[in-house]
Design a protein around this ligand. Structure first.
Ligand SMILES: [Zn+2]
Length: 378
């Protein structure tokens, strides 16, 4: 058996001003290929690592044309997407028995709101009958096109993500069984107009805990895998929502499993709302609290969700309201750091900090905060 294993993984925050060029799509300033990709991902607890392990366990021949990924940021540059997609298509076109893809599920490119659907459509155009298995993140904004153009797809069942390897392994296992003719998987897909707040998606808390437990309960000899996707709300796309995907041996059982999960999600939808008062109120409340530490989190400016890490609003508000004994950061601002280094230890400096990125998606210019202080360390 000959397998192609590849990765194009990006969680796109369509509100983020951070670019995503080809050079960002790999640990060494570029995507990895062949032996370098193998060395980097062998032994990792993500779908790529699982695909490699599985291929070796069953004695399959395999190639890794390309593995590209980076942390969340703005839409993937179209030329970067085109190149990675082309390299995967070229490899598949040389002939293989199956393709295993490690994708995120919430990728947007300059030209395509549904990056994964477009990638899979291009691969399908080259290899219409090729068995394709996909490992996906729990935060996937699943599209009809993604479902239509693959044979098997399995998402993580945990958030925080603790079962990335297991989900990838399951996707690989099902694809290998399909290639061997032991199963003929059917995909059932359904979604509902619910957009769970990230802070209400944890799978060890209600309602996601009960939904995931139900998904596992529904898996059987006929229903081979049930994945629930909480969705990635910071991507403004038509597919951003809660969805369910079942891989089954019997189409009717898969459809029933999806309906079961959606009914439960809809009944418990109030639990997905995170009641977040404006930050001015929260800072005011922090002032009244005794003991500590008291943590104020700017969740929208999270660099692991595509934030610039240089929004100063919360820090500015805390200073305005006179909060004392404050530790703030980290803030991404190389220019401010350079100015402090130039001033030297002991110097008193006034510099604009943060706010270097304009937030075009919400029509706001960057708002630096002028701070005065003494340089104590370099
Ligand atoms: Zn995720």
């Amino acid at each position: 058996m000959k397998l192609v294993i590849a990765m194009l993984k990006h969680e796109t925050n369509t509100f983020s001003p951070l670019p995503t060029p080809l050079e960002s799509l790999g640990p060494a300033g570029r995507p990895l290929r062949g032996a370098a990709a193998y060395a980097h991902f062998k032994g990792t607890r993500i779908p790529m690592g699982a695909f490699i392990d599985l291929a070796e366990e069953i004695g399959a021949e395999f190639v890794i044309p390309i593995a590209a990924r980076t942390v969340p940021s703005g839409p993937v540059a179209q030329d970067a997407f085109d190149q990675v997609a082309q390299e995967i298509c070229d490899c598949v076109a040389q002939g293989c028995d199956g393709l295993l893809l490690d994708l995120h599920g919430a990728m947007v490119t300059d030209d395509f709101a549904d990056g994964e659907g477009e990638l899979l459509a291009r691969i399908r155009a080259v290899a219409p009958d090729l068995p394709i298995g996909v490992g996906l993140d729990f935060h996937a904004n699943m599209s009809e096109a993604t479902v239509r153009h693959c044979d098997v797809a399995v998402g993580y069942k945990t958030y925080p993500h603790l079962d990335m390897y297991e989900a990838g392994y399951r996707a690989g296992e099902l694809l290998v069984e399909m290639i061997a003719g032991k199963i003929s998987p059917q995909l059932a897909f359904a979604h509902c107009p619910v957009l769970p707040n990230i802070l209400r998606q944890a799978t060890d808390e209600a309602p996601m805990r009960e939904i995931m437990a139900r998904a596992t309960e529904l898996e059987s000899d006929n229903v081979l895998s049930v994945s629930v996707f909480g969705g990635f709300p910071l991507a403004d796309t038509p597919d951003t929502r809660l969805s369910v995907l079942a891989v089954s041996n019997r189409a009717d059982k898969g459809v029933a499993a999806c309906r079961d999960i959606l009914d439960l999600a809809w009944r418990t939808r109030e639990g997905f709302i995170y009641d977040c008062p404006p930050y001015r109120e929260q800072v005011a409340r922090a002032k009244t609290l005794q003991g500590g530490p008291i943590i104020l989190l700017d969740m929208a400016d999270n660099c692991n969700s595509g934030g610039t890490l240089d929004c100063m609003a919360l820090i500015g508000e805390a200073l305005n309201q006179g909060l004392e004994n404050l530790l703030a950061g980290p803030v991404y601002d190389p220019e401010a750091v350079e100015a402090l280094i130039a001033a030297g230890i002991g110097a008193e400096v006034t510099v604009p900090v943060g706010g270097k990125f304009d937030l075009e998606a919400i029509g706001r210019a960057g708002e630096p905060l002028r701070l005065t202080g003494r340089v104590t360390r370099i």
